[in-house]
Design a protein around this ligand. Structure first.
Ligand code: MIC
Ligand code: SF4
Length: 645
């Protein structure tokens, strides 16, 4: 029986477990990446493990999220990451060099390799045939130390692409179509593998847009084959030597198959406030807009930017619209500067931002009250833009650019003749903003520079014998990590300071949660389905840990967040009967008797007694050998320390 591409790469990397769907497997990790908002914690954790030098083939630390220095905090964090990277064998991409996923694709990614990154959009690397997965910082720290990364052996979905995109229909519309079909939870436990004749019609940046935003499906990752297009891209990046051709076998067997005819796609938009709330432009109509933001790791390649410049050429941004453009990397920005496209954008009235995440993570450019903002980004969760009632629509760069000119949502197909962008045969290459690590013999003399904002990892404790405490919060379905641990210019500088950032935990849902949880001492959170979707930020588990949360009981979890809870030593539980969600209210007193004994014995069905109303609620506690030991130890850090003894 033939193999899928995913299976081929996983098979070449498996170090623990067996190839059985739904079971946990450990894979060897070739490359890691971190960004600054998750990186400080990841490197503090790495230091705590006591491994002197990373054991991966390549590890890179990027600065791209917290690039607004409105106080000493972010600047201190950058210095810490730069120095820790130098000491421990990690390449350091300096602020200004670009968004981690864009730069990694350009300069480091390689087909057939495994990559984990402390950022949920790490699957961007799937655009060149990598198995690239988003993970919590602690998982990345363990991988840097040479440890395996554990995933549930995924179901593999084949998306057979046929046809060819029509003029002005974009790769963004492909992934929006997939989101419309699968929804934000439809990808959980799955790898999305793209195949078929249509693949050949898509360039590497287009493929990367699709795999990047596969994160919004909740998928483990997404992947394209590595083919002649991949080779050309790597050659133009002067890295042809890492190219290997890779594809699924003809007779590979998939768990699900779906066909998308690219020729039939039309321009789409994800409406507020979810990436799967997808409608056609015709359905939405000519809505008046206030802001347009072009960039983010999904759509900031040279190709995207050149299309935008073509549309803006000789025109002026509509007087009622603010247009911001952030090219994805120094390479992209440099090439735009050299070929004149940057001047076209400036001339049209675009506000050019530095090559970083910027508005995507609420770092500036928040829309006006109730403002309608078209963004080429990947997430439009409520409040993420920094404006609580901002209305964010996710669209293609083409659609964004033409609408910035007209002031209303505009179908880019009205632009007429197709613009064909030829991928360059040589990109401008200058890696002077990537600092290599110190040589092994100089490592010891490198001093790690720590600012006062950097506080140690919160205290953990082994799993209690019995959990007996109140429900400090009850929330509904599709809670994102932006709800649990909001981002934005005010809160992001506290990413290295768990005690301080905890004061913002869940404040989007309930301002009083942090105080209440603290005063309760220990507590349980109750939620609905797809709990913890979105970002990989482990702060969404570390803040609850700091606030005394012992267990989270929900209808279902998003993958990375569940892993982060386990890593933090918080017990993840799911309802056996979803209707039991209604039998717990905020403030109820809950008991899980002899929980430590049950987990030790591998019991998967536990009972929670609601002392307030007398109900007994069956719950699932599905932990495998390794995750069970992590929970018993009080989290991955304690578990790793114990296993290193
Ligand atoms: C995001 O897009 O939400 C982020 C910011 O990149 C996060 C990481 C973080 O919270 O630092 C992600 O996607 O993992
Ligand atoms: Fe940065 Fe936005 Fe991409 Fe997250 S989704 S890595 S914040 S650009």
């Amino acid at each position: 029986m033939g193999l899928t591409l995913t299976e081929k790469i996983l098979k070449a990397h498996i170090v623990d477990g067996e190839f059985v769907k739904g079971q946990e497997i450990g894979i060897r990790i070739d490359q890691t990446l971190t960004q600054d908002a998750t990186g400080t914690m990841a490197y503090l954790e790495f230091e705590a493990m006591g491994v002197p030098r990373v054991k991966t083939e390549r590890s890179v630390a990027y600065i791209d999220h917290n690039t607004l220095q409105s106080g000493f905090e972010n600047a201190d964090d950058h210095r810490f990451i730069g120095s820790v990277a130098k000491k421990h064998g990690i390449y350091f991409s300096r602020p200004g060099n670009g968004i981690c996923h864009q730069v990694h694709l350009e300069r480091f990614g390689a087909p057939g390799k495994t990559l984990i990154g402390s950022d949920s959009h790490t699957p961007t690397g799937g655009g060149i045939g990598m198995i690239a997965i988003g993970a919590g910082g602690l998982d990345v720290a363990v991988a840097m130390g040479g440890g395996a990364y554990y995933i549930t052996y995924p179901k593999i979905v084949k998306v057979e692409l046929t046809g060819k995109l029509s003029p002005w229909v974009s790769a963004k519309d492909v992934i929006l179509e997939v989101l419309r079909w699968l929804s934000v939870k439809g990808g959980v436990g799955k790898v999305i593998e793209y195949c078929g004749e249509g693949v050949k019609t898509l360039s590497v940046p287009e493929r990367a847009t699709i795999t990047n935003m596969g994160a919004e499906l909740g998928a483990t990752t997404s992947i394209f084959p590595s083919d002649e297009t991949t080779r050309q891209f790597l050659k133009a990046q002067k890295r042809e030597e890492v190219y290997v051709p890779l594809s699924a076998d003809e007779d590979a067997v998939y768990d699900e198959v779906v066909e998308i005819n690219l020729s039939e796609l039309v321009p789409l938009a994800a409406c507020p406030h979810s990436p799967d709330n997808v409608k056609t432009i015709a359905e939405i109509g000519a809505m008046k807009i206030d802001q347009v933001c072009i960039g983010s790791c999904t759509n900031s390649s040279l190709m995207d930017m050149m299309k935008v410049a073509h549309i803006l050429k000789g025109k002026t941004v509509h007087p009622d619209v603010s247009l911001a453009i952030a090219p994805g990397s120094k390479q992209v920005l440099n090439m735009l500067a050299q070929n004149g496209a940057l001047a076209i954008m400036i001339d049209a009235g675009a506000r050019i931002l530095e090559s970083a995440c910027g508005p995507c993570i609420g770092m500036g450019q928040s829309p006006n009250s109730k403002g309608i903002s078209l963004r080429t980004f990947n997430r439009n969760f409520e409040g993420r833009s920094g404006t609580k009632d901002g209305q964010v629509y996710l669209v293609s760069p083409e659609l964004a650019a033409v609408s910035a000119l007209t002031g209303v949502l505009t179908d880019p197909r009205t632009l007429g003749d197709e613009f064909v962008f030829e991928m360059p045969s040589e990109f401008v290459i200058n890696d002077n903003m990537i600092v290599p690590p110190a040589a092994e013999e100089e490592m010891d003399s490198v001093e790690v520079l720590r600012g006062p904002n950097i506080k140690p990892f919160p205290k953990t404790a082994p799993l209690m014998d019995t959990i007996d405490c109140g429900c400090s919060l009850k929330v509904g379905d599709n809670i994102t990590t932006d709800h649990v641990m909001p981002a934005g210019a005010k809160i992001l500088p506290l990413r290295s300071n768990i005690p301080a950032i905890s004061n913002y935990c869940f404040t989007v849902c309930d301002e009083n949660f942090p105080e209440r949880a603290k005063s309760m001492g220990e507590s349980i959170i109750v939620g609905g389905s797809n709990y913890g979707q979105g970002s990989s930020r482990e702060h969404a588990a570390l803040a609850p840990l700091y606030l005394g949360v012992k267990a989270v009981l929900v209808k279902s979890f998003a993958r990375i967040h569940r892993a982060n809870l386990i890593n933090a030593g918080i017990l993840p539980l799911t309802f056996v009967n979803e209707n039991d969600y209604d039998s717990i209210s905020q403030g109820d007193e809950l008991v899980i008797a002899d929980v430590r004994k049950a987990v030790t014995e591998g019991v998967t069905e536990l009972t929670i007694v609601n002392k307030t109303n007398g109900r007994s609620i069956p719950v699932l506690c599905e932990l495998s050998g390794r995750t069970k030991d992590i929970i018993l130890a009080g989290g991955l850090l304690d578990y790793t320390r114990e296993s290193l003894k």
